[in-house]
Design a protein around this ligand. Structure first.
Ligand code: AMP
Ligand code: MG
Length: 356
């Protein structure tokens, strides 16, 4: 194991075609498993490149949101096939399970039944292969993979996913949460609105399409309290607004309001921390209007704006593997007895030993 090379640029993920036997023996190779909510995903990385990935996504029934037990049953039924597929893809590049140096998994935050399914698989693989287990905080994995793929040093991060919405920045050994949602995540808010108006899950991309055809703003509740934001009342007000207004106009207004709230808090964190990079991560980061608003704010402040490629924006095994590699490099492995899942694991509980 050794430090090899420098990493790729922000807008193209480089996948290693094949590694030489020498590379395989000196590079740190990690398998990461993600399954905190609806996406079950496994990724293998070396410390310099993405090697392989495989995933299987749980789709909630018509008109319903993610059901934790059903999602966990999906993960339990699919995990063998997902791991098999990622190993097959890696073997095409000359890598076998015996070459791995560690097994990383999402320890939290997330849905308890889903987390437990993934943790069981990770413990089993760690014991079977005789290699260390690495417990990863899911939110931190989003930040770290974004920093890696976008070549950033010390950004303010806007993390916007289904369950989570936070503005974070590194200070004195930890990622501090400068602002966060007081109720539901922005992704869940969009999905809830979509369900309320008869659109299927996931709602975010459909709302984006409707919104793109309107420029008519309907006032909706803009709720920023201190550095925190709230989406629950906004979602209900938007659903009610569809009774008297075209869906396109409500989608547009919902996006403009919610994204302005997120951009305002990100801007204030950036000003407070005096940093000069902003990173957008999480599934909602795929929204072009949100990226445009945050980028405009960054340009006005002279900060660099980055958003990683789409397949690592949403929940994915690559980010877990990459953060596992940072943990292993710092010697932070997990004993089986300490590997209990943490459904309410907050990113500011984790010592960021690799940044010191
Ligand atoms: P994650 O929890 O990070 O996997 O992200 C999933 C969330 O991202 C879901 O709530 C989706 O509705 C949302 N999402 C995905 N694509 C978009 C988009 N283009 N615009 C807004 N939300 C999106
Ligand atoms: Mg996530």
């Amino acid at each position: 194991m050794g430090a090899v090379g420098k990493l790729r640029g922000s807008d193209h993920l480089r996948y290693e075609d094949s590694l030489s036997p020498r590379d395989i023996s000196i590079l740190m190779l990690i398998l990461g498993i993600e399954g905190t909510a609806w996406n079950l995903s496994a990724g293998i990385i070396s410390e310099t490149e993405i090697i392989a990935e495989a995933e299987s996504t749980y789709v909630p029934g018509e008109g319903s949101g993610i059901h934790p037990r059903e999602a966990a049953q999906h993960h339990a039924a699919e995990i063998k096939a997902v791991i098999k597929e990622v190993f097959e893809k890696a073997s095409a590049k000359g890598i076998t399970p015996a070459d791995l140096d560690g097994i990383a998994f999402s320890q939290g935050p997330g849905m308890g039944p889903c987390l437990r399914t993934v943790a069981t698989a990770a413990r089993t693989l760690s014991i079977k292969l005789g290699i260390p287990l690495l417990g990863v905080n899911h939110c931190i994995a989003h930040i770290e993979v974004g920093k890696w793929l976008c070549d950033l040093k010390d950004p303010v991060t806007l993390y916007v996913s289904g369950a989570n919405s936070q503005v974070l920045a590194y200070r004195a050994g930890r990622y501090r949460i400068f602002g966060e949602t007081l109720d539901i995540g922005i992704g869940n808010a969009l999905d809830k609105f979509a369900r309320g108006v008869g659109l299927s899950h996931p709602g975010g991309p459909k709302i984006e399409v409707f919104a793109s055809t309107s420029r008519r703003y309907i006032p909706l509740p803009y709720v920023v309290k201190g550095m925190d934001f709230s989406f629950s009342g906004l979602t209900t007000a938007a659903i009610n607004a569809t009774r008297k207004n075209p869906l396109e106009d409500v989608c547009y207004s919902l996006q403009e309001t919610a994204f302005a709230m997120l951009t305002e808090v990100t801007e204030r964190a950036l000003a407070h921390c005096e940093k000069d990079e902003v990173l957008l991560v999480g599934g909602v980061g795929a929204n072009r209007r949100l990226a445009e608003m945050v980028e405009d704010m960054c340009m006005a402040r002279g900060a660099a704006f980055s958003v990683p490629p789409k397949n690592v924006l949403k929940d994915n095994g690559i980010m877990i593997a990459y953060t596992g590699h940072l943990l292993l490099s710092a010697g932070k492995t997990l004993q089986i007895e300490e590997s209990k899942v943490i459904p309410d694991y907050r990113p500011d509980e984790v010592d960021i030993v690799w940044m010191k």
